[in-house]
Design a binder for this molecule. Sequence first.
Ligand code: SF4
Length: 459
Amino acid sequence: MLLRHTPKEISERGALTINPAKTCQPIGAMYAALGIHGCLPHSHGSQGCCAYHRSTLTRHYKEPISASTSSFTEGSSVFGGQANLLQAIENIFAVYEPEVVAVHTTCLSETIGDDLTQIVDKADKGGKIPKGRKVIFANTPSYVGSHVTGFSNMVKGMAMLAEHTGKRNGKVNIIPGWVEPADMEEIKRLCALIGVEIIMFPDTSGVLNGPLSGEFKMFPEGGTTMDDLRAAGDSMGTLALGEWCSADAARFLDTNCKVPCRVLEMPFGLKATDRFVDALRIIAGAGVPEEINHERGQLVDMISDMHQYFYHRSVALAGDPDQLIALTEFLVSIDMWPRHLVTGTPGRAFEEKIRELTTGLPYEVNVKSGAAADMFLLHQWIKNDPVDLLIGNTYLKYIARDEDIPLVRWGFPILDRVGHQYFPTVGYKGGLRLLEKILNVILDRKDRDDPEQTFELVM
Ligand code: SF4
């Protein structure tokens, strides 16, 4: 009973977050940067921040995460980190030879007020950035927003590399948002099947789910190339998946490069995947290939075969807004009951969207976003109104254990399981995987709790 002190009575907390449902901005910026081919993420702050960001990503992806740091000391904390960053940029290009260095700030460098635009410009003018190489950057103060905000800020930094020549290249930009490398692979597969040529950024497939080859490569094969990022300014359009993760970059391309954008929900579940596939089909001016129809049919089949196990099961969810919105729609569509939802990422629009998706359910859903929407509050809601299932990241395991509720690990971070890097949950095939995960915990629990007279192979 690790959380045995969580009281059932809920009281207003003005300035206290307990077990946040988020991590810090630079983690998102670092994850996004790893989706550029030949990119070394750089943390402009103290070594401790960088170590934390790297270790969180390493624990989630089970891969070594390379990143450098400005290594602030007391001196840089007082006088600013410009000298450290200039030296770092010079050293990084000399020693590791990346194609891109993606700098993100930390709480400390933001509080000091280091001006990345000016410092990177000074590095460029001072000849510290070799010809043909780039330094991109994002401001990621962690006392606002979350890892999702940091991810979005860095993706917008990537969009700034796009060049608009006025000659369309016939491709479509896909900004997939914070999904797993396997999800990015699956999105690329769907696009290829429908016949849409795409530029995806960021793209961590092949970077964070690559094979063990026995040969060390400082920069893995995967990632969006610099050429593709430049060409994104000449694409026919952009499909941004997720308002929180991807919309800012897409709108930047729209405004600055005249690349029209459309923001869709992440393609988790049946309806959101339908909308994604439909958007691709319209772009391609073609029908949906039989292979995709087949996969959709399999997902519908599983939903209908197993409906009795999903029916009116109540769920508590913690995670990131774009993912939770798509998942909520999916759960409602299979007659499950999302009951309590928290996301540490701010944005009132999230709460409104969840309420809209759950209109028609026979209760008012508990939903909260931002710093006060923490795991502690979620636990209190559950104590007052118990649920059948939890879906969310690793940190929900404490509530799962204390309240004896089955848990489906999904989202970020997942520190104590594997598989998320390799098996997608987007698309129809991903929907099957998601349902399989949900069903497995429901049926395992049933097998554990059923009395002997009903403990049978009845399915
Ligand atoms: S100090 Fe800020 S940037 Fe550094 S690890 Fe903590 S929250 Fe993240």
